[in-house]
Design a protein. Structure first.
Length: 405
């Protein structure tokens, strides 16, 4: 069920991400190691065929379960955009929803620099390998196996995209998110291994010194500062009484207690520094972001309209701007044109068999607005608020109402 939910969420991303999650799940089900354990006879052909059959059946159940709660989005988008949506779903060239942009600013700090996780990731990977071969139970082993396969597949896909992909930021962030979850799980196991004292004090000291060096590097931007921080911290730990006594092979309850306290302080400090550092890396809202927020607030105050027209040069406009204008009234026809025409509004009147036509006209021009209330001959036009500045151009809204008699 967990695998089906994970795959269903991947389906809601882009096509390659969903397909990349299937191999580790299938390998997790069809585990040849079950028949190659020490002391066991070599698996027969019938056993392998049966194992593959079980794996394919489980895969079909997983796909059906995942699609049962995630396919509604694909069906809705396919009905609205047709075959074009299939290409965009596969390539990742989706319309950049402004809500995705806002979410991206919130979590982008986790993708920009993960150097602080490297030490914990190495310890976590060592813990995964140890549990794969010396696990206390089969359930525990298969749990580590699933996450390990997931992480390897996600890492390979992310590296391949970096060298072979088109470089699109939407796809890059999708693969980063695909790699983020198993990475955090393995990092969590690394933290747990240190807390449970499953690692040697030498490894723990190197981890602390490396983290301090990375923090110094990120703070100053200089590699030399990171190396100095690493050496100084390692020297301080070498002189720490608890560490010195453990290296000498002696046992002292007081030293052990002090070393545990030092580890606790280090873990808490690491988490605090990582969270604070991530929040400080959050990009500030740009002028365009502020303009979109103001536009959204204005659209909420307007009455329902029967038509939305965006006037832009060459009849092209950014996707976020088009999204907000079209999503406010999904049932209203949305048009991008180079100029406003009364014929289009009259066409709406004839189509709806009504004389009153409420239309929102938005002009996005390079220079000052060309449209004024006088341009809407025989129509009642009312400006909506002051002009906005978006994408280096002026954005003006007009509410066009009932034709004048």
């Amino acid at each position: 069920l967990v695998g089906a939910l994970a795959w269903g969420l991947a389906v809601l991303a882009v096509g390659p991400v969903a397909l990349a999650l299937l191999p580790p799940l299938l390998l997790h089900v069809v585990s040849l190691r079950d028949g190659l354990t020490r002391g066991a006879a070599a698996p027969s052909v019938s056993g392998l065929v049966r194992s593959v059959g079980i794996g394919l059946t489980a895969l079909l159940v997983l796909v059906f379960t995942g699609l049962s709660f995630s396919s509604w989005w694909e069906v809705m988008m396919l009905a609205e955009h047709g075959v074009e949506f299939c290409a965009s779903w596969w390539t990742g060239s989706l319309v950049r929803d402004p809500s995705f942009l806002a979410m991206s600013r919130e979590v982008r700090c986790w993708f920009t620099d993960n150097t602080l996780l490297c030490g914990w990731l190495v310890i976590g990977l060592a813990d995964v390998l140890r549990n794969l071969w010396h696990s206390a139970s089969e359930v525990s082993r298969r749990r580590y196996q699933l996450v390990g396969l997931w992480w390897l597949m996600a890492l390979a896909a992310r590296i391949a995209f970096e060298f072979l992909g088109p470089g699109d930021s939407v796809q890059r962030e999708s693969w980063d998110a695909f790699l983020l979850l198993p990475t955090l799980l393995i990092v969590g196991w690394g933290v747990e291994a240190v807390v449970r004292r499953q690692t040697s004090p030498v490894i723990e000291a190197l981890l602390i010194a490396s983290t301090v060096g990375l923090i110094a590097w990120r703070t100053t931007g200089r590699v030399s500062a990171g190396l100095i921080g690493f050496v100084v911290m390692l020297a301080a730990l070498a002189l720490f009484p608890a560490l010195a006594s453990r290296w000498r092979g002696t046992s002292h309850s007081g030293s052990e207690r002090n070393w545990r306290r030092l580890l606790q302080v280090f873990v808490v400090a690491f988490l605090v520094v990582h969270i604070v550092g991530g929040l400080t890396e959050r990009p500030r809202a740009t002028t365009d972001d502020v303009a979109l927020i103001e536009l959204r607030q204005r659209l909420r105050t307007l009455p329902p309209v029967r038509r939305v027209t965006l006037i832009a040069v060459n009849a092209t406009a950014p996707a976020p701007l088009s999204f907000w204008l079209h999503s406010r009234w999904p049932a209203a026809p949305f048009t991008i044109a180079e100029a406003w025409s009364a014929d289009s509004a009259n066409g709406t009147t004839r189509a709806t068999n009504e004389r009153i036509v409420d239309e929102l006209v938005v002009e996005w021009s390079r220079r000052d607005a060309r449209l004024t209330a006088e341009n809407f001959a025989n129509w009642q036009a009312m400006p909506v608020g002051d002009p906005l500045r978006y994408g280096g151009r002026q954005l003006v809204l007009y509410l066009v109402g009932q034709p004048r008699r």
